[in-house]
Design a protein around this ligand. Structure first.
Ligand code: SAM
Length: 309
């Protein structure tokens, strides 16, 4: 879907004619459900405060879906009208909590499907006594389409989304042209989208999806291009040699180390990134375990910032 308007609702159906919980409309979801067990501290916190901080959402085909026609009045949820920041795939909630501490005048919505992640957020929320945070346990594209009004959001953050390395899995990537449409609908004019990833292939994919959108403008056009580009460095220095503990074999015929399915330079004649447009590291983002792991493995981090026109 690359038009500005969402496609009419349709759910792909499995053999038994039930809607497929792995699909939203025709899009595969960008997550696989992981272990849901909570450690004792998270469990206690969850039991005590999920009713207050996790917003109940009507579902349709899956436990992480959002039923069509759902309407949430965020002013009523937060008890005030304030600029909204939506942290998508918030993991353990570090960025949401830090944002809420730094900006008590803003309200924060953490969107995450993983229960232990939301429970970890609640531990932070209770520890710091944060009143300007709520969590939503649902598939992010549905949250953007169905829980947020057009132009109702000031900032959207997507930090270190799951990379889905294999080419045949790229359709599972959260950030895509359809995602750009959703973000452009939800953001207020002048609103900001912040993206970060530690994988060059996904960084290029994100940049092309956002640059192609007529209502999103790069806040740092041309910045860090050529030799200053992290993309050029990754391509020349071969920094993405393994995924997890799995080494990636360079493609046959490629002379450069690090050029692989996970990297973005496979088969390129010119490894230099002439386009740039990378943002400085977002100061409001704490160093999470995901970013730290990437840096320790020698990978570089790509930040992108777009403004809604
Ligand atoms: C690699 S983690 C990054 C967490 C965090 N943003 C950080 O920077 O540390 C990606 C997170 O996105 C969540 N996620 C993936 N797809 C999602 C979706 N469609 N809706 C909501 N959460 C999603 C995953 O459960 C996971 O916790």
């Amino acid at each position: 879907m690359s038009s500005e308007h969402p496609a009419p609702t349709q759910h792909a159906h499995g053999h038994n004619n039930r809607p497929d919980p792995e699909l939203y409309r025709t899009e595969p979801v960008s997550f696989v459900r992981r272990g849901e067990r909570l450690n004792p501290r998270r469990q206690k916190t969850w039991d005590r405060s999920h009713g207050k901080y996790i917003v109940d959402v009507p579902r349709d085909r899956a436990t992480t879906s959002v039923a069509e026609g759902t309407d949430i009045d965020w002013g009523q949820v937060f008890g005030r009208t304030a600029p909204l920041v939506v942290d998508i795939g918030s993991g353990l909630g570090e960025s949401t909590a830090q944002g809420a501490i730094d900006h008590p005048e803003w309200d924060f919505i953490s969107v995450e499907v993983y229960t232990p992640g939301l429970a970890a957020l609640l531990v932070r929320v209770e520890d710091k006594g944060l009143e300007n945070v709520r969590g939503v346990q649902a598939n992010a594209p549905e949250v953007l389409d169905r829980l947020l009004s057009a132009g109702g959001v000031q900032e959207i953050w997507v930090f270190f989304p799951d990379p889905w390395h294999k080419t045949r899995h790229h359709k599972r990537r959260l950030v895509s042209p359809a995602f750009a449409d959703r973000v452009a609908r939800a953001l207020a004019p002048g609103g900001v989208l912040r993206l970060a990833t530690d994988w060059s292939s996904y960084a290029v994919h994100m940049r092309s999806a956002m640059e192609a959108h007529p209502q999103l403008a790069n806040a740092h056009p041309g910045r860090a291009a050529g030799e200053d580009s992290p993309l050029t460095r990754v391509r020349l220095e071969g920094r993405e040699l393994e995924v997890g503990a799995q080494p990636i074999a360079p493609r046959t015929g490629s002379a450069r180390a690090g050029v692989s399915e996970a990297s973005s330079g496979a088969g390129l004649e010119d490894p230099v990134d002439h386009e740039g447009g990378w943002a400085p590291r977002f100061e409001g983002r704490p160093l999470t375990s995901f970013e730290n792991k990437a840096l320790r493995a020698g990978r570089l981090v790509f930040d992108l910032t777009y403004v809604r026109l």
